[in-house]
Design a protein around this ligand. Structure first.
Ligand code: TYD
Length: 213
């Protein structure tokens, strides 16, 4: 068993992930924690993020997009995630390899086998111990996000987000032991308490002491 604990959070745009991460970071403040977001997290990955999310870059082909996400992930895995897990840290990832399957695979329609191989190569098989999927209908997210500026992916619209959501649910069905499907169409506080309950269980199963923040 690996020394650290690796948790990822997934969900369509506007599913409430950012607020949830902030809540978890507060709850876990006393633990040795590495919190990262994808794409991003290292200097190189942040540069790639800028390329990917810039609304002016409309000419990026779907496969280029997938490879850029994978490149950003490659850097984060080797530079940050693996060393943190080796040191026995808790790693909290705001998106990880399932985002590529859901967005570039189910959303854009790229070949799932190609993406799975790409993920396998860039992570060298590193999977999270647990993945929380915030499941919610795109219509609900849209109404939550009304006043925010949309990035390039968010501009794809409701049908795209609906395919991504369905993709995530399929991924969760394929790996029920890793995925926790969380109903995110609730007050964010209730969602956070629900997820935190699962995280506490994961920590206690690993015999990590309960630390006060
Ligand atoms: P971000 O602003 O971080 O959105 P969120 O807060 O919803 O996570 O932007 C990340 C965007 O990149 C988001 O629309 C999902 C997309 N994405 C992919 O399409 N493929 C990927 O592999 C990853 C990691 C993200």
């Amino acid at each position: 068993m690996r020394k650290g604990l690796f948790i990822s959070l997934e969900g369509i745009d506007g599913s409430g992930k950012t607020t949830l991460i902030q809540y978890l970071q507060d709850q876990l403040a006393a633990y040795p924690l590495l919190s990262i977001r994808e794409p991003g997290g290292t200097a190189i990955s942040e540069r790639i993020r800028e390329l990917l999310l810039n609304v002016d870059n409309i000419q990026i082909y779907a496969r280029t997009e997938a490879i850029l996400y994978a490149a950003a992930r490659c850097q984060v895995v080797d530079q940050l995630i693996r060393p943190a897990l080796d040191e026995g840290k808790l790693v909290l990832a705001d998106r990880y390899l399932d985002s590529t399957m859901a967005y570039q695979g189910y959303g854009r329609g790229l070949d799932l086998q190609f993406l799975s191989t790409l993920n396998q190569l860039c992570t060298r098989g590193l999977l999270p111990d647990a993945t929380f999927l915030l499941d919610i209908a795109p219509e609900v997210c849209e109404s939550r996000r009304q006043n925010e500026q949309a990035d390039r992916l968010e501009k794809e619209g409701r049908e795209f987000q609906a395919r991504v959501r369905e993709g995530y649910l399929q991924l969760a069905r394929k790996e029920p032991q890793r995925f926790y499907v969380i109903d995110a169409d609730r007050a964010i506080k209730d969602v956070a308490i629900d997820v935190w309950g699962h995280v506490q269980l994961l920590l206690s199963r690993r015999r990590w002491p309960a630390l006060e923040n």
